[in-house]
Ligand binder design. Structure first.
Ligand code: NAD
Ligand code: UFG
Length: 336
């Protein structure tokens, strides 16, 4: 039996594939390479001394997906494939709805057609919207403030409806907080196209000299130092959360949302200062006005993951930043 990993050459997918290969799982990756490169496959092979089956295909392509299920005996799907840039999603919403929502519906239809009803889905803390106080827990109402967030919310709702219509489905909807870090080998890590939108890749590129200065979006929030607070989680912890979810999937009935976060909040300036100490590099920054749509504080209540999956995050902030820096300094231009 094989595991199908959509989006498996991306940031979180590649780290999850490494953890699954360590357990001798048979892996099929489907990725259209919209935001990744096949070079990651050589790196995965270097780390694990194992290989995967790679199929370059789009999850929106029904025929291609049917062929994947026809040719392989698939037991469960981990569905990472999606577009994820919040700003871009407001500029080209139809591409986001098509790729993320239509693509997911096509994937779920093909899964149903071939009787594969075990799924782990990449959701996001973005579904908590802007009105819930942290710590955020899975019982809180959901909402979205941008097209990217809407796609995650729509897919979650589709999955809740699907699971209520057919009790054979077992679905873990994993709501990630802020994934950072990289594999300790420094061989795989986050490799954003163009100028990074997210804090950590931006800071790392300033430290390595690719970007001149960080803009800190607001220092007048009601937080420890006025800058935004987030729940940063090591990508390897996140990957291990997927392994646990797959192990427990047979016990999950229906569609269950599960937070994957550490439960701790860290401010932008705490990140900048820790990065500076660990890398020994200056991180010049300038405080600019708040970014539209940002909220002061976001962190998880991670107790459901602990009780349901027996999972909790293990890596501390210093390890997350050491690993980010090792990846960035060894690969200043990403996989190129
Ligand atoms: P990523 O861009 O590195 O990986 C996504 C992968 O999906 C890429 O390799 C891309 O080429 C592929 N892909 C996109 N559309 C596809 C399609 N139609 N068909 C086939 N492949 C396609 O992103 P990531 O950070 O690894 O995120 C993985 C998932 O987790 C995404 O669904 C994202 O929305 C979600 N998520 C990410 C974060 C984060 O901050 N990184 C936070 C919450 C949720
Ligand atoms: N920030 C800066 N400067 C930057 C980038 C970010 O000051 O150049 C600040 C933000 O204002 C925020 C914090 O750093 O306070 C983190 O910002 P990110 O963009 O790294 O992350 P977000 O929490 O805004 O959003 C991320 C993903 C979303 C996902 C969400 C889940 O980008 O896709 O986490 O919690 F939905």
């Amino acid at each position: 039996m094989s595991l199908l990993i959509t989006g498996g050459t991306g940031f979180i997918g590649s780290h999850t594939v490494v953890e699954l290969l360590a357990l001798d799982k048979d892996i099929i990756i489907v990725d259209n390479l919209a935001n990744s490169s096949t070079l990651v496959l050589d790196r995965i092979n270097k780390i694990t001394e194992k290989s995967v089956t790679f199929i370059q295909a789009d999850i929106c392509d029904r025929q291609a997906m049917q062929q994947v299920f026809q040719q392989h005996d698939i037991d469960a799907v981990v569905h990472f494939a999606g577009l994820k840039a919040v700003g871009e999603s407001s500029a080209i919403p139809l591409s986001y709805y098509h790729n993320n929502v239509s693509g997911s519906v096509t994937l779920f239809q093909v899964m149903a057609e071939y009787g594969v009803k075990n799924l782990v889905f990449s959701s996001s803390a973005t579904v908590y919207g802007e009105n819930n106080p942290s710590p955020l827990d899975e019982s809180m109402p959901t909402s979205a403030t941008n097209p990217y967030g809407q796609t995650k919310l729509m897919i979650e709702n589709i999955l809740f409806d699907l699971a209520s219509s057919d009790e054979e489905w077992s679905i873990a909807c994993l709501r990630y907080f802020n994934p950072i870090g990289a594999h300790e080998s420094g061989l795989i890590g986050e490799n954003p196209n163009g100028i990074p939108n997210n804090l950590l890749p931006y800071v790392a590129q300033v430290a390595v000299g690719r970007l001149a200065q960080l803009q800190v979006f607001g220092d007048d929030y009601d937080t420890v130092d006025g800058t935004g607070v987030r729940d940063y989680i090591h990508v390897v912890d996140l990957a291990k959360g997927h392994v646990k979810a797959l192990e427990k999937l047979s016990k999950i009935k229906g569609c269950v949302p599960i937070n994957l976060g550490t439960g701790n909040g860290t401010s932008v300036l705490e990140i900048v200062n820790t990065f500076k100490d660990i890398s020994g590099q200056e991180i010049p920054y300038k405080v600019v006005p708040r970014r539209a749509g940002d909220i002061a504080t976001v962190f998880a209540d991670a107790s459901v993951a602990n009780s349901l999956l027996g999972w909790s995050a293990q890596y501390d902030l210093s390890t997350m930043i050491k690993d980010t820096w090792r990846w960035q300094s060894k690969n200043p231009n990403g996989f190129e």
